[in-house]
Design a binder for this molecule. Structure first.
Ligand code: HEM
Length: 482
């Protein structure tokens, strides 16, 4: 009887292990078989479990801020090639992990389309998804260039400076404890709206509503993509719908103003895009594409600047010697002014070398989970391997920033490493590269520099929940000078 039980348990365990082992491989066998007859050599890798692939492992690593473990799993088993097949987001995929391969993929827009998972794309764009041609995409990028090249700075720099100043003053005067990241989003959103749609021409209630709905929409990014009543993602999609309605209203109100003032300089992106509709050859951006640009920018700019500003302030508070160095730089700038009452100017931003280093270092440490999504438009051969048409390609950029061969003591916050730091080519791409290079990159650096200028000169942060992540930081602002 006892022997029967032992036999049964052993047989059960062996059966279970065999089943697990078969299940674990079945996805891989399926794709190896599917492409065995074609002349293609898939990258080495592991397609994970049926249906979910390696998704659970990936999400676990991402949420533990440990993308490196995900990469190590593939490197250890399949070598240093930097290109591995896997199955993620419901699709056969390839991850690329070296600077050279990431760049190769991101620069090649002919072969690689944007490959966001569908649920993220839906949060970004107005329905129907797609319908925008390559030429229209290029035109949208061209018309939004002024945001990239500081072209609009003269129209919003004083507004930015004043917004930051009054926000900090208010925080210090009330002395309330703040959910720092959330509160930081309010001034950064105000500035974004000024640049994007000329926010000063829009009723405050509409801007408040846009902020509120975009906040709900943004929450969809971190939720399960379940589009049913009661779920965060469903509310996020509704938020996107509300934002579309608000923007439609703003566009309709703005059109006659732009028509009337065609000769005047355009001081925001919406006016520039609407003005293009008067192009004599009919090459302007239509309303649908204008909406797409507004939705993208509102989403991308919503939290990003606030997060970097919050992170830099927290990191400086944690590293007093860096705080002091950055503060002295700002004091030197003030000393050089002809009058002590003169305010911050755009040209002074160029004098903030150390603050520039602080921002780079914060971007490096804050981007360690960055993954950029692409999808092959056609079958692509790269480094001797084939990536079939329609496969996702994930460029794991975040992995590059923790490489000790490029960044000595990579976990350490050390702004001085940027003093005369020449990274290995392509080892620092927090804003991406190529056609899709982030158009907000200069705005981020500019805005965070302004935040740091006023903060370092006049305030200290009292963090109430020590060692929390920026997302959870509760803090008070304290004024230190008269
Ligand atoms: C710390 C702040 C930011 C970071 C790290 C960041 C990063 C990035 C990256 C890596 C990309 C490339 C995506 C890809 O190639 O798939 C991108 C694209 C983009 N970013 Fe940013 N971004 C930031 C802030 C902003 C801001 C403030 C705005 C708006 C003003 C913005 C607007 C956009 C847009 C519209 C795109 C899409 C560009 C295109 O596809 O042509 N970003 N961003």
């Amino acid at each position: 009887m006892e022997y029967d039980l032992v036999f049964f348990c052993t047989a059960f365990a062996v059966g279970l292990l065999t089943l697990i082992s078969v299940l674990k491989r079945v996805n891989g066998w399926f794709y190896s078989f599917k492409f065995s007859s074609e002349k293609c050599r898939l990258p080495p890798g592991d397609m994970g479990w049926p249906i979910v692939g390696n998704m659970l492992f990936f999400v676990k690593c991402l949420s533990a801020y440990d993308l490196k473990s995900f990469v190590s799993y593939f490197v250890t088993r399949f070598g240093q090639g930097g290109m591995y097949r896997t199955f993620m987001f419901g699709k056969p995929s390839v991850i690329v992990t070296t600077p050279e391969l990431c760049r190769k993929v991101l620069m090649d827009d002919d072969n690689f389309d944007l490959g966001f998972p569908k649920y993220i794309l839906e949060l970004l764009r107005k329905e129907p998804i797609g319908g925008t041609s390559y030429q229209e995409d290029r035109l949208a990028r061209k018309l939004t260039t002024p945001i990239k090249s500081h072209g609009l700075v003269s129209y919003f720099f004083d507004f930015l400076s004043e917004t930051v100043k009054t926000t900090f003053e208010k925080w210090a005067t009330t002395g309330e404890s703040l959910q720092l990241l959330f509160e930081m989003k309010k001034p950064t959103f105000k500035v974004l709206m000024k640049v994007l749609i000329g926010g000063d021409q829009v009723a405050d209630e509409l801007l408040d509503l846009l902020f509120k709905e975009n906040n709900l929409r943004f929450a969809g990014l971190r939720s399960l993509p379940l589009d049913f009543p009661g779920f965060t993602y469903n509310r996020a999609m509704k938020g996107r719908g509300e934002i579309v309605k608000i923007y439609e209203r703003i566009i309709n109100e703005r059109k006659p103003k732009v028509a009337k003032n065609r000769a005047e300089p355009k001081t925001n992106i919406l006016d520039i895009m609407l003005d293009s509709q008067y192009d004599e050859q009919g090459k302007g951006l239509n309303d649908e594409n204008i909406m797409k640009v507004l939705l993208w920018y509102t989403f991308s700019g919503y939290e990003s600047i606030a997060k970097v500003a919050t992170q830099t302030i927290m990191l400086l508070e944690k590293h007093p010697e860096c705080f002091q160095k950055a503060k002295e730089e700002q004091e030197e700038i003030v000393k050089r002014r002809s009058s002590p009452d003169a305010g911050l100017t755009f040209s002074e931003i160029g004098q903030m070398k150390y603050v520039g280093n602080v921002i780079n270092e914060t971007l490096r440490l804050g981007s360690t989970e960055t993954v950029l999504f692409r999808e092959t438009r056609t079958t692509v051969n790269i480094n001797g391997y084939t990536i079939p048409k329609g496969w996702k390609v994930l460029a794991l950029l975040g992995n590059l920033y923790m490489d000790p061969k490029t960044y000595a003591n990579p976990k350490e916050f050390n702004p001085s490493r940027w003093d005369d730091f020449s990274t290995k080519p392509n080892s620092f791409m927090p804003f991406g590269v190529g056609l899709r290079l982030c158009p907000g990159s200069n705005l981020v650096r500019l805005e965070v520099s302004v935040f740091l200028h006023y903060f370092l000169l006049n305030y200290r942060l009292e963090q109430l929940n020590k060692d929390s992540k920026p997302e959870a930081c509760i803090a008070r602002f304290k004024k230190i000078s008269a």
